[in-house]
Ligand binder design. Structure first.
Ligand code: NDP
Length: 322
């Protein structure tokens, strides 16, 4: 069992955590990044990335994350691999404890543990991920130009994704398991008014139908939640938009979370309700959820952390002088 100490402790190694590390290292805070169970975050399970600025050609998600990590290490970040099972935020330095007993102490803590899309849990969904099935219209919609697609879900995300997809797809079908949406009224009005969108009520997806060979997704097998009848909808894209799980279990009871379980931050900042603890990326953002916005809030967290430490150091100096 070893104790690792640093000024700036970062939990999570997606674009948010690594951007915080790059800025933190360059500000002299010698960060330690504890990579979680998915080092590199959600982008490591993506293939083509076309929307991260700075790359004219399509790049690969795992490659982008390797580059970000190498950049963070190059400027002085220490990367550690561990699964944190316990946290103590009651005093500074904050302490994280790994499952092997190692202790990580930081004068400030940046939480960048991310979120995971929820899936329906069907075998056919798993088999066709990246071949017609996606959980992110903003990321993958562009690949469905000229193809009919469906969105599954009835919340704000589903409706926003359906509207977004009308930029690419000739027709978008929203499939919802009940007969009313939970999305905001204004979004619903826009959806219902759109000429290229139709809504199918009271249906759940039983299977994503594989066309065989290189065809990928060709249809959805639907079951009526009222009558039990089966029907088929021909689509080449199926976007699952049934919500996300922010990775905040560790922090429940230690930090303020919002009603959806995301870490609550002061608007316009990355400050949580515990002074010296900052949150960035998808763990605090349920609206934008992009690699570039995660990187942006990671940068904000490092700047907020630096400011916090400067103020704390100044307060200590003043105390010592009195
Ligand atoms: P929500 O939890 O709000 O909605 C999930 C939707 O998926 C619900 O309609 C739910 O159905 C449906 N669903 C859940 N599980 C299944 C399943 N197994 N099979 C079929 N359907 C299922 O998630 P969102 O991602 O839409 O939103 C999360 C939060 O983020 C909300 O607070 C939302 O307001 C916010 N948000 C805000 C945005 C904005 O302000 N622009 C944009 C995006 C999100 P049912 O209704 O039957 O439960």
């Amino acid at each position: 069992m070893t104790t690792h100490t640093t000024k700036m402790l970062i939990l999570g190694s997606g674009p948010a955590g690594l951007s915080a590390a790059i800025y933190g290292a360059r500000a002299g805070m010698a960060p330690i990044v504890v990579q979680g169970i998915q080092p590199g975050g959600q982008l490591t399970t993506t293939t083509d990335v076309e929307n991260y600025p700075g790359f004219r050609e399509v790049i690969q998600g795992p490659w982008l994350m390797q580059e970000m990590q190498a950049q963070a290490e190059h400027v002085g970040t220490r990367m550690m691999w561990d699964t944190i099972t316990e946290v103590d935020l009651s005093q500074r330095p904050f302490r994280l404890i790994g499952d092997g007993g190692d202790v990580y102490e930081g004068e400030v803590l940046v939480i960048a543990t991310g979120a995971q899309a929820k899936w329906l849990g069907l075998d056919s969904e798993d088999a066709l991920k990246g071949k017609g099935v996606s959980a992110c219209a903003t990321c993958d919609g562009f690949f469905y130009r000229g193809k009919n697609v469906a969105v599954i879900g009835g919340g704000n995300t589903a409706v926003e994704e359906a509207l977004y997809l009308t930029n690419h797809a000739p027709h978008v079908t929203l499939i919802h398991r009940r007969d009313s949406l939970r999305a905001e009224r204004i979004l619903q009005e826009r959806l219902f008014a759109h000429p290229n969108v139709s809504v199918i009520w009271n249906k759940e997806v039983r299977e994503f139908v594989d066309g065989g060979g290189t065809a990928g997704l060709v249809a959805l097998d639907l079951k009526d939640t009222v009558t039990g009848e089966h029907s088929r909808l021909d689509v080449e894209g199926g976007f699952v938009a049934i919500g996300h799980h922010p990775a905040t279990e560790l922090f429940r009871g230690h930090l303020e979370l919002d009603s959806d379980g995301y870490i609550a931050v002061e608007p316009g900042s990355t400050r949580t309700d515990v002074p010296g603890v900052f949150a960035c990326g998808d763990v605090m953002d349920k609206i934008y959820r992009q690699a570039v916005t995660a990187a942006g809030t990671g940068c904000m967290a490092a700047l907020d952390a630096e400011k916090f430490l400067a103020a704390a150091d100044f307060a200590e100096l003043q105390e010592a002088a009195e």
